[in-house]
Structures are given as C-alpha cells and as structure tokens.
Design a protein around this ligand. Structure first.
Ligand SMILES: [Zn+2]
Ligand SMILES: [Zn+2]
Length: 276
C-alpha cells in the first residue's frame, strides 16, 4: 500500500507533491480544479510536479469536481459535464496522475434505469473525446438521495455497458461502502473475498481510507478521522491488515483543519497496517 492524503493545489501541483513528501506520504490526491465549479484551467505546473513524483515514486490521484452529475437529465448541463470531465482528464494526464476519480451519477427523480443509461451515455461521450491514457475511476457512493453505484456488482454492471469499458476502473471508499451498509468491519475478509471473486479487485486503482461519522447503513456521507468513527480502530486494522489493497494508493480524505495534521494520521494508518 502507498498511504497518502488529499492535498490542496492552491499553491500549485508541484507544491502539493512536495507537501505530500514532507508529510511522509507515498501517494496523494488533488482536485483538478475548484471542487464546486465546472470551469478552471487546472495547475500550470503539472509536468514539473509529475517529474518530482516520478523521481520519488510518489503516486498522484486526480479527483474531478463534486458538482459533476454523470446522470444529469438537463441537456445543457450534460454538455457542460462532458466538456468539464474531458478537461479534468487532460489536467490529470498533464500531472501524471494514475486516474481521475469521478462520482457515480444521481438519477434525481428519473429512476435507476434512466440514471444508469444516462451515466453510460455521458461516459461514452467523454471517452470518445478524450483519447489519452488516464482512466476514469468510478467511486462507490454512500447512497445518499438518488446516488447510483453503492454496491460493487452495480458498479461492474455499469462499467460493462460502457463502449470503451477498458478505460473505466474503480476507486473504493471505505466510509461510503460502510455507511451504505455494504460490509461489516468484523467480517472484512469475506467482503474482500467478494471483491476478488466478482472481478472488482482487478479493476481497483485507488482507495479512499476514511472512518465514518455516521453509523453503518445510515447512507450519510460524513467522513471521520481514522479510529474516531463507527468503523473504528479495530475495523480499520482489519481492513489495513488484509492484503486486499496491496500495491494501491490508499488516500485519506478525513477532516483536518490544516494539511499538516495528515502527517500523524498517515503514520497512524501505517501503524494500523503494520507497516514500519
Ligand atoms: Zn472518497
Ligand atoms: Zn465521501
């Protein structure tokens, strides 16, 4: 595992990579642009930061803005979403990121069938326009409101319908799956086994390591600092000691008031994982 954390690129991409190294991270995640906007140029120093990452074996994971809804029924918003994500993929490529994390669609009041069909249509459009090497990493959701993609089988079914499905991979969030009631930390090995059995693990590129501020099955997406939430220290230890995430970037998106706080929290994650 390459333990890392989510960092701001407000001072540039290279500065974020430097901060990751300084905090002891082996990976980090960044927003391609303002998480609440469709527009933005992205960092101008992508290639410089990418060179630094290569030099230190640091893995960068890109994350698209939150406002993106792959299933939006609005034709104008659909077009804006396609263009925004094509641009996010280009930014991710410039920064040498291994993938672009994108949230699954929300069907709003249109129903799941419509939501999935529209999401696939949007992904097809994006992949027809962006021809570079960066894969889209669909993230499992907490299942708030009309969010699609809470369970692993559904994610695989959605991927199966995409024309260029080989360019769709996954990002697994421990908090989202927990609050969506997908696993019991006490029975983590069984869930990990299912990830392997259905072919999900082979498509997994990145992990979000978060504790949960809301109980199992609550479907409320509230991240908590490691060991302080409902997954808890024992649950996180079970997750981190299993070898299911071997070799992957495992990135913290826990609440911090300053980025420096990620240093000790990543050290804590390594301790739970038994990494010296
Ligand atoms: Zn996440
Ligand atoms: Zn979340």
């Amino acid at each position: 595992m390459k333990i890392g954390c989510h960092l701001s690129i407000s001072k540039g991409f290279k500065a974020a990579a430097e901060a990751a190294l300084q905090l002891g991270g082996q990976s980090f995640q960044f927003f391609t642009k303002n998480p609440r906007a469709f527009r933005g140029k992205g960092p101008q120093d992508g290639p410089e930061g990418a060179a630094l990452c290569r030099e230190h074996g640091l893995v960068a994971v890109a994350h698209a803005p939150y406002v993106t809804n792959l299933s939006t029924p609005d034709p104008e918003l659909h077009e804006i979403t396609v263009q925004s994500l094509v641009q996010d993929l280009q930014i991710a490529e410039r920064c040498g990121a291994i993938g672009l994390v994108v949230h699954c669609g929300k069907h709003l009041d249109r129903g799941e069938e419509y939501g999935v069909a529209r999401m696939v249509e949007t992904l097809d459009r994006i992949l027809a326009e962006y021809k570079g090497p960066v894969p889209i990493l669909l993230e499992n959701t907490a299942g708030q409101g009309s969010e699609l993609g809470t369970d692993l089988e559904e994610l695989l079914r959605i991927r199966e319908r995409v024309a260029q499905k080989d360019r769709i991979r996954f990002c697994f969030d421990t908090c989202h799956a927990f609050v969506a009631g997908q696993y019991d930390p006490e029975d983590w090995e069984r869930y990990a086994e299912r990830m392997r059995a259905i072919g999900y693990r082979d498509l997994l590129v990145a992990v979000h390591l978060n504790d949960a501020k809301a109980p199992r099955g609550s479907r409320r997406d509230r991240h908590e600092n490691l060991g302080k939430g409902y997954i808890g220290e024992a649950g996180l230890t079970a997750i981190l000691r299993s070898d299911i995430f071997a070799g992957l970037p495992v990135v913290l998106e826990t609440p911090v008031s300053a980025q420096e706080e990620y240093g000790p929290e990543m050290a804590y994650a390594r301790k739970l994982a038994g990494i010296a």
